[in-house]
Design a protein around this ligand. Sequence first.
Ligand code: DAH
Length: 339
Amino acid sequence: MEDSILALLDNAKKEIVASNSTSFVNEVRVKYIGRTGLLTSMLKDLKNFPSQDRPAIGKLLNDARIAIENLISQKTAELIVEEQKQKEYNETLDISLSLPSYKRGVLHPLSIVKNEIIDIFTGLGFSIEDGPEIELSKYNFELLNIPADHPSRAFCDSFYISDDILLRTQTSGIQARVMEKTLPPIKIICPGKVYRPDDDATHSPMFQQIEGLYVDKNVSLADLKSVLQLFAKKFFSESTKVRFRPSYFPFTEPSVEVDLSCAMCGGAGCSLCKGTGWLELLGAGVVNPIVLDNCGIDSSIYSGFAFGIGIERATMVKYGIPDMRILFDGDVRYIDQFR
Ligand code: DAH
């Protein structure tokens, strides 16, 4: 009896070792230790043996069952790992599968133009300054030599929050803030949003400007001209002509408006330039000595130039856009053309 139990155990061991799948191991389990398995049947037959032999045979059978169980669980664990590996291998990603296409966003033309202008001036050594959109009238007007009776100070032209606090109407206030706390040389540009109660094809209640300021010893109108000429040619094209027209701003003396030859008609006159051949781009001038002194900079030693570019205006001029409102409509089909 002992020999047949050991032989059975030996066969079971061989079959378990040779198994190459968990389902095969399971078949071996059923064959030997399942409800009607070979070893189980021998255990059931134990009662037919003489009582003095039963404990020894019983022990042999039990030991064999435990050995088979252990081997099976060990082999099953190994095969589970292998089968998982095989499954992962068979399931490699099919990279040829085409995904639904999605559209990438595109920079808004106003952002494109703003970034271009910033790039040109930072390339010329200007650094970027920022200021608050909710501004004191001191910086928005007073220090900039805009007297209390100046038309742009009237309530209808500005969004006031209280008597002396308003949404800034120009980025020029940042000039005053910087000059008040910095010794020359000062060479800055200040991009930002500004607010005025206007709303038509060429005006929006919110628009953006880039203020520029250069203060040092011996800065003159000639420096302003050469910097703005260089800017215009880089921003538009080498062939762009630049025209300086006398103008008036309280914070500059002398003041100029800068026009560009119309990019659409090359100066011959068209609907974009209203037949003049020129497009108005920006305001500028030599910083009024009163403004320098107001901000604590000695105007007998220092001088400067300043300019203010409207970003919407520059975008309209550059791309020949006749109505500003299209820039604020959020129509993705329109914006997408600037891809
Ligand atoms: N602040 C002016 C405006 O909003 C633009 C401007 C003109 C700024 C001349 C300047 C300047 O610095 O010198 O229309």
